[in-house]
Ligand binder design. Structure first.
Ligand code: AMP
Length: 262
């Protein structure tokens, strides 16, 4: 079973995961569940774009065998009180900027993995830290899954596809490209041999500043354990960015020395 957990509002990024899952498995399952536990009180749960009919049609056209789209009360019935927390890996970056987020993600993925059973669990590298957290979760709990990561799917301009891109106005869109521009600038410099942490980060920052993006974090970290690295950087390092374009929070990343410059 190839299994792709999603929150719905499916786009070509999800479709790529589903297509890969299908290619590597006999059966393909997709879950569509807007998990309230992974949203903070001030986050966008209530306005998150949802269209189950459209998602179902896409899944059908991709040849998905099973779509699991439970109601909130199905997964969290009255009295529900168990949480799963990958403590250390979840404490940094995305975890510290979105308190409780990974606890919500891990709780629901643990439940889904138990319900689905033996499977290849597909995660997108767009949510790089989430992928690493889920790898840890699966190993620590001996969940019957093998985690497989899919490269980031981008639009023609390089913007990483995201359900949240639907929030971007036509004025926001060019500004949103500043995330991938930051990755590009740092990526090209890294390819040419730049290994100074500060230099690479300031290259990544420049387009964000120029486009008045509000940076949540922009960091160069160990690509396995997400801890910060000092100069000179090793031959592989994760550059991860989270920034607001207007009200819209976007994330993007690349592994310097591994991913092609986007
Ligand atoms: P979401 O519905 O946002 O929770 O995403 C479901 C899965 O799709 C997660 O594993 C994401 O990392 C993955 N995903 C979303 N957008 C992309 C993208 N642009 N490229 C690759 N994977 C993605």
């Amino acid at each position: 079973m190839g299994f792709v957990p999603t929150m719905g509002a499916l786009h070509a990024g999800h479709a790529a995961l589903i297509t890969s899952a299908k290619h590597h498995a006999t059966w393909t399952a997709v879950s569509i569940f807007l998990n309230p536990k992974q949203f903070g009180a001030t986050e966008d749960l209530s306005r998150y774009p949802a269209d189950l009919d459209r998602d179902m049609n896409l899944c059908r056209s991709l040849g998905v065998d099973v779509v699991f789209a439970p109601a909130v009360e199905d997964l969290y019935p009255q009295g529900f009180q168990t949480t799963v927390d990958v403590t250390e890996l979840s404490s940094r970056w995305e975890g510290s900027h979105r308190p409780g987020h990974f606890k919500g993600v891990c709780t629901v993925v643990a439940k889904l993995a138990c319900l689905v059973g033996d499977c290849v669990l597909w995660m997108g590298r767009k949510d790089y830290q989430q992928w690493k957290v889920i790898e840890r979760l699966v190993a620590d709990l001996h969940l019957p899954a093998r985690v497989q990561a899919h490269p980031i799917v981008r639009d023609a301009q390089g913007l990483a596809l995201s359900s949240r891109n639907a929030y971007l106005s036509s004025d926001d869109y060019p500004r949103a490209l500043s995330l991938v521009q930051g990755l590009r600038q740092a990526g090209h410099a890294f390819t040419k041999g730049e290994r100074r942490h500060h230099e690479l980060l300031s290259l990544a920052h420049t387009p964000l500043h120029d486009n008045k993006a509000k940076i949540d974090y922009a960091v160069i970290v160990d690509h396995e354990n997400m801890t910060e690295l000092a100069s000179p950087l090793p031959e592989r390092a994760l550059l991860a960015i989270a920034a607001y374009i207007g009200e819209t929070r976007l994330i993007d990343n690349m592994v310097l020395g591994e991913d092609p410059v986007p």
